[in-house]
Structures are given as C-alpha cells and as structure tokens.
Design a protein around this ligand. Structure first.
Ligand code: FPP
Length: 271
C-alpha cells in the first residue's frame, strides 16, 4: 500500500484520493463491468477494436492496484454470452487480445502473487483460448494474494442454470434426491464458489444496468457507476469508487445501530 503512495505523483489528484481511502475498510471483492470501449474508439474516429486494445492498459492498472491494495478478489467482465452477436472480427480481436494479455502478464501476475481464475462457459471458447486460460490458471494456482477472475462467455442466468444442473448431477450421483438446498450450498456450487460475493460493483461509461453480471453474487453489493469510459479508467477512478463505497451505509436489510436502539425502546413500551 505504501507502494501506491510512491506511484502517485506528489500533489496529484491520485495522491489526494488515496489519502481519502480508508485502508482499514476496503471492500474485499470488487467486480467491474468494463464498458465504453466502442464509444472511446468512436470518439477518436478509430475502429471499435482499438477501444478494446486501449482497454488493456486499464485492465493492467486495475489488477495491479487491486493487488497492491491487498484486496481479496477482483472480477472483470470481459465477454458475455451475448457478445457472440458482435461482428466476427471484433470477437476474434477480443480473443486475440485476451491471449496476448495472458502471455504478457503472466510474469506480473506471479510477481504480485495473483491467482488467476477464468469464470464462465470456458468450454465454449476456442481451444487456443482455453489452453492459454488453463495454463495461466495452473501456473498461478499456488499464489495466495488477489484472486483475479475474468468472466468470459459469461452470463449470470447461464451461471445459475449451470449451477442447478451441477447440483442435480451431484444429488443424483449421491442418490440424495430428498436433500434440502440452502443458500450456502448453492453459492458453493457457483463458478465463483471460492470467493466472497462482491462488496462493490463498478460500471464504467455511465450505463445504469447490471447486464446479466454475477446476478446471484451482487445481491448486497454497493453499485458505483462512473461516466468514465473503460479505456480512460485509471487508478484514481478505482480510488473514487472505493471512497464512494466507504461512504455507504451497508445494512443488509437491517437498520442502523443508532436507530435500532430507538426501535428496541419502542418495542419495550409496546410489550
Ligand atoms: C465493453 O465495451 C467491453 C467489452 C465487451 C470487452 C472488454 C474487453 C477488454 C477491455 C479487453 C480484453 C480483456 C482482457 C481482460 C484482457 P463496448 O464495446 O460494449 O463499448 P460501447 O458500449 O461503447 O460500444
């Protein structure tokens, strides 16, 4: 974390924002809907894929910052089950960029003790992409720091359906058809079984949608939407999101401690 201080230029906005982040109350898991690559490119009269290419620098900086902050997990939404509807060239470029990223960044992931974990219908991706993903996953499996999940060929509904089917197979194989399934059991069979649910969901480019992302897991996540387009997203924007998160009052359906006292007194009067 002291490292992050060193990265910020003295007197910069980034430094001022970092000072406002309460390092003792960081979110454990941040999930990000990276959006706005196409608009970023359009604004520069460039082909859409140039937006994706520029977005890699944002991925790199966000992953590195999350690791230095010692967060538990970071999940980036890179390719949805619906994204196959995009032009073939765009899909091919995205897959190529992903492979390139993994090859180039593996050493950095190792240095930063990051465990890489792809989530989604990975078996539906091109075998060459699957190979790179599995290789990075295997190489980083022993790392104990940040868990970095990339959602690929991912859909929140698809994940829920896959989980139901997985559970049905398990119950069938164990001949446990009368078993009662609770929330913990269900969570433990999602793609994200090994990580805590996100505390903070960040979406870039100003859209107010969750776009079929981690539908089960974001039940209690705080949502931060920034107008910044993904290729412009930098460390300071992550700090802004965390500061916004830290200003929220997370009640999980309960009431504030102060208000709770008031209600207890009222309950006692009515007893
Ligand atoms: C959304 O922007 C972005 C995507 C569908 C892909 C995100 C991918 C990357 C940043 C690069 C590859 C990822 C990794 C992890 C190496 P959009 O194209 O929908 O933008 P628009 O809404 O402005 O058209």
């Amino acid at each position: 974390m002291i490292d992050l201080k060193k990265l910020a230029e003295a007197g910069s906005i980034e430094e001022a924002l970092l000072d406002k982040v309460d390092l003792a109350r960081l979110p454990v898991h941040i999930a990000v809907i990276m959006d706005g690559n196409g608009r970023w490119a359009k604004g520069r009269n460039l082909p859409r894929v140039e937006g994706h290419r520029a977005g890699i620098a944002s991925v790199r900086e966000t992953v590195e910052t999350a690791a230095r902050l010692e967060l538990g997990a970071l999940t980036l939404y890179a390719f949805s089950v619906e994204n196959w509807k995009r032009p073939r060239y765009e899909v091919a470029t995205l897959m190529m960029l992903l492979k390139e990223y993994l090859r180039k960044e593996l050493a950095t992931l190792m240095t930063n003790n990051i465990r890489f974990a792809p989530i989604g219908r990975i078996e539906g991706l091109d075998p060459s992409v699957q190979r790179e993903l599995r290789y990075a996953e295997k190489e980083t499996a022993g790392n104990t720091g940040l868990v970095f999940q990339i959602a690929l060929n991912y859909g929140g509904r698809a994940e829920i359906i896959d989980t139901v089917n997985r559970i049905m197979t398990i119950l069938h194989d164990k001949e446990m058809s009368d078993c009662v399934i609770d929330e913990d059991f269900f969570s433990n069979h999602l793609y994200t079984a090994n990580v805590k649910d996100p505390d903070l969901l960040v979406r870039t480019s100003g859209e107010l949608r969750v776009s079929n992302f981690l539908l089960w897991q974001i039940a209690y996540a705080e949502i931060h939407v920034t107008k910044v387009l993904w290729p412009d997203f930098r460390r300071r924007h992550l700090y802004e999101a965390i500061i916004d998160y830290q200003a929220r009052d997370r009640r999980y359906g309960a009431v504030d401690q102060d208000d709770a006292g008031m209600f207890i007194e009222a309950d006692e009067q009515h007893a």
